[in-house]
Design a protein around this ligand. Structure first.
Ligand SMILES: Nc1nc2c(ncn2[C@@H]2O[C@H](COP(=O)(O)OP(=O)(O)OP(=O)(O)O)[C@@H](O)[C@H]2O)c(=O)[nH]1
Ligand SMILES: [Mg+2]
Length: 297
C-alpha cells in the first residue's frame, strides 16, 4: 500500500512551498518521499522532483501550438496527461515500492470542481497502483479577513470536496501572516470550525458591495451549513509544530496510521478515536510484531 497527498488550491495558496516543506518534514521523521510535479506551469521548482510533467508536456508549447491562453492550455495539459496516464504510471512504478508521494497540482481551481481530467488521473493511479491519497486543499488564510471572500473560500472547498470524493483536508495556509492583515472579526476558531455562519451576516451587511446580494449570500451559507462538511486546519509551513499537527490529521485520513497494524478492530478504533501520537503507535505495533516473530523463531 502506498500513501500520499494530492496538493491543490487556488493560485499562490502555497502548494509548491508546501510540497517542499512537507517533503523535508517527512524526511526528518524517517519517511522516503517523492514529490511529483503535475503543474506544467511550475517554472522554478524549490524541491527535487522525482517526476515532472514538463517531461511529457510543456504549457508554453501547448499555448503556442494550439493558440490557447494559460487557462485553456492547462486544461489541455491535464487532458493530455489523462490520455498518457501510462507515462505517469511507468515513472511512478519504481517509486511506489517504498516512497510516500506528494503530488503538486496546478492552481486552476476549475480543474478540481468542474473538469474531470485531474480527477480521472488521480482515480486511475489509485486503482492501478493501490495508492491511498488524501487531498490537501490549501486556501490562503488572508481570505478570512473579508467575509465575502471567506464565503467564496467555503464554497470552493465544498464544491471541490463534492467533486473529488476523496479523503479531504482543507487548510488555511500562511496562517503566520493573518495578523498582519488587521484584526479578524471573530476568533480564529470561528473560521476553522465553520459552526454558525449567521454571525457573518452582520459583517457582510457592513460591506456596500454585499447589500444587493444579501439573500443570495444567506442562502449560500445555508447550503454550506446543510452539508456540514467543510472545516479547516491551519498551517504555517515554516513552523514544525504546525506541519506536524497537519501530518497527524492527514495520516489519520489516508490510513497511514493503520499501515503497520494488523491487529484487531479494537486497536484500530483506539487510534481512530483519540488524538494519539501516531508514530509511537505505528512504531510500537511494528515492534510488537517483530518481537512476537522473534519469540516464535
Ligand atoms: N508567510 C508564508 N508564506 C508562504 C507560506 N506558504 C507559501 N508562502 C509564500 O506564498 C507564495 C506562493 O507560494 P507558492 O508555493 O508558489 O504557491 P502555489 O500555490 O504553488 O502557486 P501556483 O503554483 O502559482 O498556483 C510564495 O512567495 C511563498 O513563499 C506560509 O506558510 N507562510
Ligand atoms: Mg506551484
Amino acid at each position: 500500500m502506498v500513501f500520499g497527498q494530492v496538493v491543490i488550491g487556488p493560485p499562490g495558496s502555497g502548494k509548491t512551498t508546501y510540497c517542499n516543506g512537507m517533503s523535508q518534514f517527512l524526511k526528518l521523521i524517517g519517511r522516503k518521499v517523492a514529490v511529483v510535479n503535475l503543474d506544467p506551469a511550475n517554472d522554478a521548482l524549490p524541491y527535487e522532483c522525482a517526476v515532472n510533467i514538463e517531461d511529457l508536456v510543456r504549457l508554453s508549447d501547448v499555448m503556442l501550438e494550439h493558440s490557447l491562453g494559460p487557462n485553456g492550455g492547462l486544461v489541455y495539459c491535464m487532458d493530455y496527461l489523462e490520455k498518457n496516464i501510462d507515462w505517469l504510471e511507468s515513472k511512478l512504478k519504481p517509486l511506489v515500492k517504498d516512497h510516500y508521494l506528494l503530488f503538486d497540482f496546478p492552481g486552476q481551481v476549475e480543474l478540481f470542481f468542474l473538469h474531470s481530467n485531474a480527477k480521472n488521473v488521480i482515480f486511475k493511479l489509485m486503482k492501478k497502483m493501490n495508492l491511498r491519497l488524501t487531498v490537501v486543499h490549501l486556501v490562503d488564510a488572508h481570505l478570512c479577513c473579508d467575509p465575502g471572500k471567506y464565503v467564496s473560500a467555503l464554497l470552493l472547498s465544498l464544491s471541490t470536496m463534492l467533486h473529488l470524493e476523496l479523503p479531504h483536508i482543507n487548510v488555511l495556509s500562511k496562517i503566520d501572516l493573518v495578523e498582519s492583515y488587521g484584526r479578524l472579526a471573530f476568533n480564529l476558531d470561528f473560521y476553522t470550525d465553520v459552526q454558525d455562519l449567521s454571525y457573518l451576516q452582520y459583517h457582510l451587511d457592513q460591506d456596500p458591495r454585499e447589500r444587493n446580494c444579501r439573500k443570495l449570500t444567506k442562502e449560500l451559507c445555508g447550503v454550506i451549513e446543510d452539508y456540514s462538511l467543510v472545516n479547516f486546519t491551519t498551517l504555517d509551513i515554516q513552523d514544525k509544530e504546525s506541519v506536524g499537527n497537519l501530518v497527524k490529521v492527514i495520516d489519520k485520513s489516508n490510513g497511514y496510521i493503520f499501515a503497520g497494524i494488523e491487529g484487531s478492530v479494537v486497536e484500530f478504533s483506539k487510534i481512530a478515536a483519540a488524538p494519539l501520537d501516531w508514530d509511537y503507535y505505528r512504531t510500537a505495533a511494528v515492534q510488537e510484531k517483530y518481537m512476537k516473530d522473534d519469540d516464535d523463531d
